[in-house]
Design a protein around this ligand. Structure first.
Ligand SMILES: [Fe+2]
Length: 193
């Protein structure tokens, strides 16, 4: 995905050799890769300026059910709330009332975008709902559509199964849970759990 902040900078030199060296040093064939030590994304936490608006967007438009809401244990008066984004993963938010948070920005280690797998049929349905809600699709490429959430957070709905992108594997299956091999990655948003 292109970014507005890169438009006025000089393109880098040809880095093909550097990337090839990195692949040679670090990337191992699937058959030689050990299982990940991790069991999946438990939750990703973003910041919200308006709890109700965030719920209306994620639950009402994108159909990610709100699953929990309670006070942030580390910040009195702050809300911590969670949405089910399928596959056992959660998208969480905090609001930080009283803190003067700046607008969304590209910063090191910050959120560039969050990509969520959906079926092609669900992507088409949600695109219609986004457009009806006045949320513009700001970029699209192959099976991806990009748009922004209520606080400017960049989101991607990717009509590819987990572990695949644009018809190519990006590592699946490497999950240590053998159920993941038969569960049908990418078709899990409606699956019971
Ligand atoms: Fe992406």
């Amino acid at each position: 995905m292109s970014t507005s902040t890169t438009a006025d900078v000089q393109p880098p030199a040809d880095r093909t050799a550097e990337w090839e060296a990195l692949r040679a040093q670090y990337l191992r064939p699937r058959s030689e890769r050990p299982p990940s030590s991790a069991g999946g994304v438990h939750h990703l936490a973003l910041l919200s300026s308006d709890v109700a608006r965030t719920i209306d967007f994620y639950q009402g438009v994108l159909e990610f059910p709100l699953t929990e809401l309670f006070e942030n244990r580390d910040y009195h008066g702050s809300t911590h709330f969670f949405f089910d984004i399928g596959n056992g993963n959660a998208l969480a938010f905090f609001d930080f009332p009283g803190l003067d948070l700046g607008p969304y920005a590209e910063v090191l280690a910050g959120l560039h975008h969050l990509a969520i797998s959906v079926t092609p049929e669900r992507q088409a349905q949600l695109r219609t709902k986004l457009e009806a809600a006045g949320v513009p699709i700001i970029f699209e490429h192959q099976s991806s559509i990009y748009f922004s959430g209520p606080d400017g957070e960049r989101l991607e709905l990717l009509a590819d199964p987990l572990g695949q992108m644009y018809g190519e594997s990006i590592g699946w299956p490497s999950f240590s849970d053998p159920r993941s091999l038969t569960r049908g990655p990418g078709v899990t948003p409606e699956a019971p759990r």
